[in-house]
Design a protein around this ligand. Structure first.
Ligand code: PLP
Length: 591
């Protein structure tokens, strides 16, 4: 046995010292990665067993299975000190490399040993987070209060790790108590539904963990991002092309736009800061997304320098009011620099008149940004793209494929018409440790310096793969279907007693009140609206506790709480529309 051990150790030293780790130390044959790992762990396990047994007269036989079991326990629990505790004099003279009590031979984590855990976890994901979550007979949510959920989830993090079985149960629980946003009756947000191709792309990117700053670490996804941006730019109608970057959210895209427009207006700001310019003012409608005012706060512009342009009854910016405000800012001595037009507002789904706004922007030399995060999807449809007429005149566009087009979260493109490298000039920091100019390949593919992020997920892949699978034609059909479904729901609301529309929808935001029988005979008075204001929150509470569906409500301006129904997914059918109205009535008829 001792001779065997010495031979093994000699072989091990040879393997390490000879720098030829890809060759078997036992058979002197080339190894696959998996074999390499298994052999190295087994060799180390042999050593451990031998070391343990040197004080004994009999030697226990070490079967392959027991070796692997021990190996897996070893790395699973990372007991680096086991060697030092069991070291014998022989081990010291020809021992593995140990520094600061840490054994350095062989990997300390065996990914192969976690293979069965991954398989089991994938089964749970498939069963609970995909199949069950999208099954219309299942609940949309398993509501618990924060206190109950804290208790159920045992959130405290401890010094010792848990067993695989416990961890798998934690996975099940995490899924069980999460809202199933891919459920056909989740109508609560501007995203919904399950898109299998995009989901697989997400899994792949999570498994590969690439970061999209340089071509060298993300060659495939860098090219895919470029391909997706090129196509989206084509769809927008920028015939000369453009530039862009995917980033983690439409809010961030809007911030990119505000900063880029400001840089375009006053490039010195990048180096000299805010003192390099006069008071800057931007314009947006009262219906815009809140990220515009957040951007103004975040970028030091100031929320009071966001001039809010009134919208008409349908939620669209009034161009003449925009012009009046621009003139006002000028007479105040401020510098107007940008207009944000929204294509698909968050609550009402309204589209600002881009063509007329673009005329004004040209007249006053202002940057036109179109926030098409929500409504951009209509560009895919020949029938509905007129909603964004004039978008090709914008200087920049934000568009989230993760909303109406159902790419997995997050998938958000910020695009600019400029082709002179404005985006790069505005955002680059030229870090020499990432963006070396003397690399062996064309460094124009290192696109990450256009981003304000350093690490960045390859979100474009989630859209690229589904586009490849579905083609633009299928996406067009989906958009058309969602808008047709919104029309059906609108007609049903108009027909049914106790339901009242806020307005005819322009997109798939269908906004309406439910009036319970007790209020139906009241006159349209402040008292009626006060009472009606209290209905939606109660219905919402009941639907959440029952888990039957999720639909949002909100007050809006002077309007009492109303439901905002969002239609996106092709999983949804007419039956779900009927269910929605029946269920609201059932939950609220006693109020
Ligand atoms: C019109 C509009 N713009 C921007 C955003 C922000 O997008 P994200 O949620 O990706 O930050 C939203 C979100 O709903 C939106 O409705």
């Amino acid at each position: 046995m001792r001779l065997g051990l010495l031979l093994l150790l000699a072989c091990l030293e040879l393997g390490e010292g000879g720098g030829n780790g890809e060759w078997s130390r036992k058979s002197c044959q080339p190894l696959t990665v998996r074999q390499r790992y298994q052999e190295e762990v087994c060799i180390n396990t042999d050593i451990l067993l031998s070391l343990r047994n040197t004080s004994q007269t009999t030697v226990t036989t070490c079967t392959a299975a027991s070796k692997l079991r021990i190996a897996s326990t070893m790395e699973g629990h990372m007991k680096e000190d086991i060697l030092s505790k069991n070291q014998s004099p022989e081990a010291e003279t020809c021992s593995p490399v140990v520094i600061d009590n840490v054994r350095l031979n062989g990997p300390a984590l065996n990914i192969n040993a976690t293979e069965s855990f991954l398989h089991q976890a994938m089964d749970i994901i498939m069963e609970d987070a995909v199949k069950k979550a999208t099954d219309v007979r299942e609940k949309v949510c398993e509501w618990r209060s924060p206190e109950q959920l804290k208790e159920l989830l045992d959130l405290e993090l401890k010094d010792e790790g848990e067993s695989e079985t416990e961890i798998l149960q934690r996975c099940r629980d995490a899924i069980k108590y999460s809202v199933k946003t891919t459920h056909p009756r989740f109508f609560n947000q501007l995203y919904a539904g399950m898109e299998p191709y995009s989901m697989v792309a997400s899994f792949i990117t999570e498994a590969l963990k690439p970061s999209l700053y340089t071509y060298e670490v993300a060659p495939v996804f860098t090219l895919m991002e470029q391909a997706v941006l090129k196509k989206m730019i084509e769809v927008i109608g920028w015939e000369e092309g453009g530039d862009g970057i995917f980033n983690s959210g439409g809010s961030l895209s809007n911030m990119y736009a505000v900063n880029l427009a400001r840089y375009h207006h006053s490039p010195d700001i990048k180096e000299l800061g805010l003192s390099a310019t006069q008071r800057l003012v931007l314009f947006t409608s009262q219906e815009c997304h809140y990220s515009i005012s957040k951007a103004a706060a975040f970028l030091g512009i100031g929320t009071k320098n966001v001039y809010v342009v009134p919208s008409d009854k349908r939620g669209k910016m009034i161009p003449s009011a925009l012009e009046e405000l621009i003139k006002k800012a000028k007479t105040e001595g401020a510098a107007p620099f940008m207009v944000n037009a929204t294509a698909g507002t968050t609550v009402l789904g309204a589209f600002d008149p881009i063509e007329e706004i673009a005329d004004i922007c040209e007249k006053y030399n202002l940057w036109l940004h179109v926030d098409a995060c929500w409504g951009g999807a209509a560009l895919m449809s020949k029938k509905h793209r007129h909603l964004l007429k004039g978008i090709h005149r914008a200087n920049s566009v934000a568009w989230n494929p993760h909303k109406m087009l159902m790419a997995c979260l997050q998938c958000c493109a910020f695009m600019v018409r400029d082709k002179t490298g404005l985006l790069q000039r505005c955002y680059s920091a030229q870090a020499s440790y990432l963006f070396q100019q003397d690399k062996f390949y064309d460094v124009s593919y290192d696109t990450g310096d256009k981003s304000i992020q350093c690490s960045r997920k390859p979100d474009a892949f989630k859209f690229w793969l589904m586009w490849k699978a579905l083609g633009a034609k299928e996406m067009e059909k989906r958009v058309d279907r969602a808008l047709a479904m919104a029309k059906y729901l609108t007609q049903e609301i108009e027909k049914r007693e106790g339901f009242r529309l806020l307005m005819e929808p322009e997109y798939t935001n269908v906004c309406f009140w439910y009036i319970p029988p007790s209020l139906r005979n009241l006159p349209d008075s402040p008292e009626f609206w006060k009472k009606l204001h209290e209905v939606a929150p109660v219905v919402k509470e009941r639907m959440m506790k029952k888990g039957s569906m999720m639909v949002g409500y909100q007050p809006h301006g002077d309007k009492a709480n109303f439901f905002r129904m969002i239609i996106i997914s092709p999983q949804v059918s007419k039956r779900d529309m009927d269910f929605l109205l029946d269920e609201i009535h059932n939950l609220g008829k006693d109020l």
